[in-house]
Design a protein around this ligand. Structure first.
Ligand SMILES: Nc1ncnc2c1ncn2[C@@H]1O[C@H](COP(=O)(O)OP(=O)(O)OP(=O)(O)O)[C@@H](O)[C@H]1O
Length: 303
């Protein structure tokens, strides 16, 4: 209905789900096409219990990553993964990539370190249109550390090719992780503010405008979740003079144990603050992601 909403690949990568919290992680890959919107929420228990549905996609042939990805993933990215020494797919990649490239939504359920990240990043790069200046993928991560890890791999893959390829402009990876360089992130945070995402319920219902400057993959922590407070028109009137004839006021925002200092307004006793302040929610928050399509669950035991 809204022309500025673009099809978006949404990835939720989630750690510590299942009976063996530190051995098994899940990566849930949604491909949200414009016509598909929400319905039934997916919970960890429902996904684990439907493991019987695991697809039988294991190809017996010794297919290389290039064999599997060719025609889907741009060639310079395939060259980059080969430079990194990734020639053969891991088991989960071998099983999952054909499903992902077919456009089917998919849960990858495999041991930590089994290569799920590369699988879903390759899928993202297969759908990113670098001719288009827009945010085209969103990766939600449960922790800042995982966000940094994913951003690092994504940036290596997205780095400019040595020989520039005309049809493939570069792709920006933007990680909105707490503690990052706020100046760089501020313009991105505006997305959330513009759309009234000042509470966690709204934060994931973001509508990403299609007029951003580069084709982009956005990495956003789902937990701890940023809360963006727009200090719109917060003003002080005739504040007490603390310096000679004037004052340099700021104020402190508190949320739980978190404390954030606002911008200092120099030489004023009638200051106005109109800025965004990210704070993190420390408690886990229930987040419902709706979905009404079919999801394939690819499970892989062992690395
Ligand atoms: N096809 C491959 N060949 C060789 N190494 C690979 C391949 N795919 C991924 N790797 C490497 O294996 C390591 C573990 O991969 P990765 O962290 O992506 O696994 P993961 O399943 O996403 O882990 P986690 O559950 O912790 O997120 C990384 O160092 C990655 O670079």
């Amino acid at each position: 209905e809204r022309p500025d909403i673009i099809p978006l690949a949404l990835l939720l990568t989630s750690a510590s789900i299942g009976s063996k919290p530190h051995r098994s992680t899940r990566t849930l890959i949604y491909s949200i096409r414009s016509q598909r919107t929400s319905v039934s929420p997916i919970t960890s228990s429902s996904s684990i219990s439907t493991n019987e549905e695991v697809g039988r996609f294991v190809a017996d042939q010794q297919l290389t990553l290039r064999n599997i990805c060719e025609g889907h993933v741009p060639d310079h990215i395939l060259r980059r993964i080969e430079e990194l020494g990734y020639h053969m797919p891991t088991e989960i990649q071998k099983q999952a990539l054909p499903v992902l490239f077919s456009g089917q939504d998919c849960i990858l359920h495999a041991q930590t370190g089994s290569g799920k990240t590369l699988a879903y990043l390759l899928q993202i790069f297969s759908v990113i249109n670098t001719q288009r200046s827009a945010v085209q993928a969103l990766i939600l991560v449960p922790t800042r550390e995982l966000g940094m890890q994913v951003a690092k791999v994504a940036r290596i893959l997205a780095a400019k090719p040595d020989q520039p390829v005309e049809e493939n402009k570069s792709c920006t990876i933007m990680a909105l992780l707490d503690g990052g360089t706020l100046r760089r992130q501020k313009s991105w945070l505006k997305f959330f503010i513009r759309n009234g995402s000042n509470n966690h319920g709204n934060a994931i219902k973001l509508h990403i405008r299609s007029n951003s400057t580069a084709s982009t993959i956005l990495i956003f922590p789902l937990y701890p979740l940023h809360i963006i407070r727009k200090l719109s028109n917060h003003r002080g009137v005739s504040l007490a003079v603390r310096d000679v004839l004037t004052s340099d006021p700021y104020f402190i925002i508190r949320m739980g144990k978190q404390k954030l200092k606002t911008r200092v307004v120099k030489n004023s006793i009638n200051p106005v603050w109109d800025e965004a302040s990210p704070l993190s929610v420390l408690e886990p928050l229930p987040v419902k992601l709706g979905y009404n399509g079919k999801i394939k669950i690819v499970t892989c035991r062992g690395v």
